[in-house]
Design a protein around this ligand. Sequence first.
Ligand code: ATP
Length: 300
Amino acid sequence: MSEQAQARVDRAHTARSHPVLTVEDFSVEYRGERVVQAVKNVSFELGRGEILGLAGESGCGKSTLAYGINRLLKPPALVTSGSAHFHSREGYSIDLGELRGDDLRAFRWDKISMVFQGAMNSLNPVITIRAQLEDIFTTHRPEMRKNERREKCAELLERVGVDRSRLNSYPHELSGGMRQRVMIAMAMALDPQIMIMDEPTTALDVVVQREILREITRLRAELGFAVIFITHDLPLLLEISDRIAVMREGEIVELGDAVDLYTNPQHPYTKRLLASFPSLTGARGGFVRERKQDPDGEVA
Ligand SMILES: Nc1ncnc2c1ncn2[C@@H]1O[C@H](COP(=O)(O)OP(=O)(O)OP(=O)(O)O)[C@@H](O)[C@H]1O
């Protein structure tokens, strides 16, 4: 078996044996004028260090599920059933539904962080990048000394491929891609064990998108955080994910290894979804995750 295939099999095994997140029977409703069952009895496990792609067409409930897990939903949204448990690398578990107030706020940046579409526009326009990065440490790591904090911010920026000289810039002085990288740096600041990324590159052009995705997969390998990556862009998910969950009308209809899902989809909706991307059908030669057989019959 090739090294790459072995690594994926190992990660799939870890996902089953060492979950960092267990979501069980999770349901969310929007109780507005009309009741919308946005997420219906969803269960899955996220493995330590795994990239789990969440696919499905617009409105199927991907964001609601992610925000719900991270307790970021506001009325009229209501979690009507289920639970989400975080399992720390230190060996304890936390029921996210039980967290309140300061504990919840601390938990969010520290253990699970989030990068969402258009996050780059949420940077404060009148404050330098340095001040915005430092703010995370002054809030969450008040014991950190000033010099240490400054160095940490510079390192974080470099880690996402932005020169440390940019610390003195204001958001409008950076390109969209750079600003989104800054947001990713912020999400990584406290070394979280899970990053939820909701369409993090959708607003960017394809080249910048590719660069950032490469960066995310590299950082995942280096730092070992797990990722829930949400997008309606199935080809992209197939490229970067270890496993993929396909959502439809609030339910996960199929969850499996990314290559298996592509080569041997089980659910009719997964088949339809795959067929809706011309780049995935017909001549498959250009597709990066194409299943290749080595002489032992293993997937490469
Ligand atoms: N604030 C709200 N009030 C009522 N219904 C909502 C609200 N937000 C979302 N919904 C509904 O919940 C369902 C799931 O929406 P959600 O945004 O989670 O889907 P999504 O898969 O993330 O879509 P997209 O890819 O477009 O972001 C949809 O039917 C949507 O119309």
